[in-house]
Ligand binder design. Sequence first.
Ligand code: HQG
Length: 167
Amino acid sequence: MSLILRHRPEAIGITLDRHGWADVEQVLKGVKISMAELEEIVASDEKQRYRFSEDKTRIRANQGHSIPVDLELEEREPPEFLYHGTIGAFLDSIRKQGLQRQSRQYVHLSKDVETAAKVGGRRGKPVVLQVAAGRMYADGRPFYLSENGVWLTGEVPPAYIKMPDHT
Ligand code: HQG
């Protein structure tokens, strides 16, 4: 579902509209599942990655896209600090370039250390970076909060990143 709704809808021969919505009928046909099964996927996803439109004729991912979509997210003032989970191997590069969006539309930040550690842990031993989100915001850098509680922003320059002490 993540592949289809965030990265490669063409894998099942469908397209997303400019706000990231896919037609539910087309998704059901393309993935060969029933509406009940799709509803179960949406309801049970542990990060609430997907949502239906109110009439349930459309579905989209709440964040994480690599294809350009306009989720019509409203700017939000972030807390003073947010966290980014990564791994040691990326630190030299992050120190020089800051956090980059890489293949996604935004840099993803977590509201607490535990969540960030899980994100970093997908790749190896997690390293959690503290991001001075409040200062970034005060400096005019916009932040958005996805419907499933992930903070999104553009690049994070090195000046706003606190590396863990022992690195
Ligand atoms: C790293 C998952 C070198 C960055 C998660 C990360 C999240 C750099 C990787 C969401 C760098 C990008 C996003 C730089 C950033 N040099 N490495 N300058 N800047 N990186 O997957 O944040 O399960 O695109 O640290 O839980 O890991 O998909 O981003 O390791 O919420 O819903 O480049 O994806 O959610 O990786 O994860 P990603 P992410 P879902």
